[in-house]
Design a binder for this molecule. Structure first.
Ligand code: GLU
Length: 445
């Protein structure tokens, strides 16, 4: 049995009921084979054995009182996965589907994503099965305060710096930050995604969506193409989707779908102008359904289907893990799609990814494509440390350079290790080598 297979079997044995975590580990381990052949020292130092096991896993009770005066209890968690290249860094997800396996898969991905940004950030992730949808502001505040009342002892600006993810936006970060400051009597950059008047960075809300488009531009450039005149389909309409649309419009493309778990809207003219303005607040402020967009503008609502059946040049899944199955992938290819970029974390199932690669589709994996969000979080940390803030244009220019560098690192590594054009292998190897070298230098810890 190869080193990689051997490690994967151990991971399966230890994490049997965590399919998303196993999926993420399997994809990374398989990609690493060519790099491990060239670096036998990693096996000797047990790098793989260590990198698949979180440094620390914290699980805690989050009791809070709802508006009716009843006690509710959620589960909170934080996975501090790897701190070889910097403090643990990664978002918090509040969604009823959250469980340990999902947070572990996200934390594992974050290790390599953060390494790819070139900034000094380790990998971590956290969250809760709390559902902010349908809750009042006061309920969300009480939940966040209770969540932080446990989490505060495990985090800090130089230890672990959480941020947002699904269900955690500016409102939640505000409540979490307020409680941290109160408990620790310390005003520090312990969270990113903060508001502009209390330590946030210009350009952070836009970063994941804009960064995705900058990465897509790099992918297209490799084939002598640009975004001009391209039709894009996306699935979500939260923070990532809305800013992605804004940047795509600026660069001459049009985005023709959005959706949620209940179906999708097809807007053949493209989401722009007052329609984009309406969309910007729909989820991020009001947490309303995608169908409301169809109703508002007299468009067709297609229930129980995903937008991947709509012909497009570029498909960008922006919602959640495993939202694109192999059937969707075959349909996209058959309908003429030539580029798929994962803006959500691991939205394509393993066999969908295989379909894209077999069909020579430009495929950008999430840990490269959506790294712009955490990259600007890294820039927010730098600004907090300096007690200074950069202008929007300064942040945006840095983001652009970071995204181009990520593309370059992934495509160069793919070529160097004999898998030219395979950005999945390239991103995994490039991220891994940086973390593995740091782990080697720091001894067996
Ligand atoms: N949740 C985002 C991600 O998946 C951002 C994390 C952060 O800014 O720390 O990368």
């Amino acid at each position: 049995m190869s080193y990689v297979q051997d490690i994967y079997e151990q991971v399966v044995k230890r994490n049997q009921h965590e399919p998303e975590f196993l999926q993420a580990v399997n994809e990374v381990l398989q990609s690493l084979e060519p790099a491990l052949e060239q670096h036998p020292e990693y096996q000797k130092a047990g790098i793989l054995e260590r990198i698949v096991e979180p440094e620390r896993q914290i699980i805690f009770r989050v009791p809070w009182v709802n508006d009716d005066g009843d006690v509710e209890v959620n589960r909170g968690m934080r996975i501090q996965f790897n701190s070889a290249i910097g403090p643990y860094k990664g978002g918090l997800r509040f969604h009823p589907s959250v469980n340990l396996g999902i947070i572990k898969f996200l934390g594992f991905e974050q290790i390599f994503k953060n390494a790819l940004t070139g900034l000094p950030m380790g990998g971590g992730k956290g969250g809760s099965d709390f559902d902010p949808r349908g809750k009042s502001d006061a309920e969300v505040m009480r939940f966040c305060q209770s969540f932080m009342t446990e989490l505060y002892r495990h985090i800090g600006a130089d230890t672990d710096v959480p941020a947002g993810d699904i269900g955690v936006g500016g409102r939640e970060i505000g409540f979490l930050f307020g409680q941290y400051k109160r408990l620790k009597n310390l005003y520090e950059g312990v969270l990113t995604g903060k508001g502009l008047t209390w330590g946030g960075s210009l350009g952070r809300p836009e970063a994941t969506g804009y960064g995705t488009i900058y990465f897509v531009e790099e992918m297209l450039k490799s084939r002598g193409e640009s975004l001009q005149g391209k039709t894009i389909t996306i699935s979500g309409y939260g923070n990532v989707g809305t800013y992605l649309i804004e940047k795509a419009n600026q660069l001459g493309a049009k985005v023709v779908t959005i959706g949620d778990e209940y179906g999708y809207v097809h807007d053949p003219d493209g989401i722009k102008g007052e329609k984009l303005e309406f969309l910007m607040d729909l989820w991020c402020i009001y947490r309303r359904a995608a169908k409301d967009y169809a109703d508002e503008f007299g468009l067709e609502w297609v229930p129980d289907k995903s937008p991947w059946e709509v012909p497009c040049d570029i498909a960008v899944p922006t919602a959640t893990q495993n939202e694109v199955c192999s059937e969707d992938a075959r349909l996209l290819v058959a309908n003429g799609c030539t580029c798929v970029a994962e803006a959500a974390n691991m939205p394509c199932m393993a066999d969908a990814v295989d379909t894209f690669i077999e069909n020579n589709i430009l495929f950008g994996p999430s840990k490269a494509v959506n790294a712009g969000g955490v990259a600007v979080s890294g820039l927010e940390m730098s600004q907090n440390s300096m007690r200074y803030s950069w202008t929007f244009d300064e942040v945006d220019a840095k983001l652009k350079i970071i995204m181009a560098n990520i593309y370059k690192s992934a495509s160069t590594a793919a070529k160097e290790y004999g898998r030219e054009n395979n950005l999945v292998v390239g991103a995994n190897i490039a991220g891994f080598l940086k973390v593995a070298d740091a782990m080697m230098a720091q001894g067996v810890v």
